[in-house]
Design a protein around this ligand. Structure first.
Ligand SMILES: *Cc1c(COP(=O)(O)O)cnc(C)c1O
Length: 388
């Protein structure tokens, strides 16, 4: 029994062999404009000539995937967070480097090793970089990371701790993205830029397969924090694979949660097209001007009747504090956005619905944001009499 995989362009439908040289459709990418999402995103399509486990639906053999604590994350019940009796947290804070990004990095690292490539390059707002740095370290390959100089310090520290080559960019994430592409092309290295490397979408689909296993079926709702739209697209891809092989009957309602200050995909779902935005939000991991996976994410949302909701920075920070206080789950702002989005839309959801909130990154990754809703002790004491 074997599984065959190939690339299919999400725009023109042309098929290609999966090779490290190919990232986006060579035809559709020629239409690329600077200010729009990526054209010609490649999707992996599978066929199987016999029975198999869904976990085997990868462009690599299972034994090529390094044995690291990535994915297979806990799904636990949020008893005190909402009225729904089947409200669950899909807790990705416990991945090797503390974020959901490890799901993509591990597949890219395995692919690099398989093709004897020893250096991976990427741009990051912080988490993708620290993730690739940690996984590359564990796999014995080199990571070069283009990070905007405004990235949260903890994420930069993480990448440096793991021994990555960190290049600080005097500009935003979009500038880092373009510089890193120039660098990887010039030096013929593998790019792990999110959405651009199709394996980033494919790696992130594992969360859908896990939700299917953990719920015993597809849940009714999945809340996803959205920046570039790759996690969202990965969630859809996993459920699409499950639909293709008739393991589930219907697509869950996927809710894209965006910050008011970084709303490109939400606006595009409303308007039917993308307009140029500039981002500003406390949730740095979902702050993007151009959502790289925008066209592909939008296509999925439209096809499967997904929804979107905007949350303010204050709603995000309140959600962050509540997740910590009522569930013991300390998440970074972007990760808490999915709970903020649930709070905003929960009234319209059937009380029996099975709901999963993706909690995508650990709270200490952004210390500045985490101090906004807490009060430090005013003074230090020497005796218990001083305690008021
Ligand atoms: C990257 C990231 C997201 C958003 O993922 P996109 O693929 O950019 O939409 C959400 N939460 C966290 C913690 C992230 O690191």
């Amino acid at each position: 029994m074997s599984i065959q995989s190939k690339y299919v362009c999400s725009e023109c439908g042309k098929e290609f062999e999966i090779t490290p040289e190919l990232m986006v459709c060579p035809f559709c990418s020629q239409k690329q404009k600077d200010t729009e999402p990526l054209r010609g995103i490649l999707e992996i399509k599978y066929s199987a000539d016999g029975p198999f486990n869904v976990e085997e639906l990868l462009p690599l053999d299972l034994e090529d995937i390094p044995d690291l604590p990535v994915g297979n994350t806990p799904l636990w019940k949020a008893e005190h967070l909402g009225a729904h009796k089947h409200l669950y947290l899909k807790d990705d804070t416990g991945n090797l480097t503390g974020s959901f990004k490890d799901r993509a990095s591990i597949l890219v690292a395995a692919f690099a090793k398989k093709h004897q490539i020893n250096e991976v390059v990427l741009a990051s707002t912080g988490n993708a970089g620290s993730s690739m740095a940690g996984i590359a370290a564990a796999c014995g390959i080199k990571a070069t990371i283009f990070l905007p100089k405004t990235a949260p310090k903890a994420k930069m520290i993480q990448a440096l701790q793991y021994g990555a080559h960190v290049i600080s960019v005097d500009g935003n994430y979009d500038m880092a993205f373009d510089l890193s592409l120039g660098y990887s092309k010039k030096h013929k290295l593998l790019s792990r830029n999110t959405a651009y490397n199709p394996l980033t979408i494919e790696g992130k689909k594992s969360v859908a397969i896990e939700l299917f296993r953990q719920f015993g079926n597809a849940p009714d709702y999945v809340f996803v924090p959205v920046g570039d739209g790759v996690i969202l697209s990965g969630v859809y891809k996993g459920f699409k694979d499950l639909l293709q092989f008739e393991l589930i009957e219907k697509m869950p309602t996927v809710v894209a949660v965006q910050a008011e200050g970084s709303a490109a995909i939400h606006n595009a779902l409303r308007d039917g097209h993308f307009t140029k935005c500039s981002s500003n939000t406390v949730a740095d991991s979902i702050a993007v001007d151009i959502p790289r996976c925008g066209y592909y994410a939008l296509k999925n949302l439209q096809k499967f009747k997904g929804q979107s909701v905007l949350v303010s920075d204050d709603e995000i920070l309140i959600a962050q504090k509540e997740l910590s206080e009522k569930a013991g789950l300390f998440a970074e702002p972007a990760a808490a956005a999915s709970y903020a989005g649930y709070k905003k839309t929960q009234k319209g959801i059937d009380p029996n619905a099975k709901i999963a909130l993706l909690i995508t990154g650990f709270g200490l990754k952004d210390i500045d944001a985490a101090t906004k809703k807490i009060t430090f002790p005013k003074k230090s004491i020497k005796s218990i009499e001083e305690i008021k």
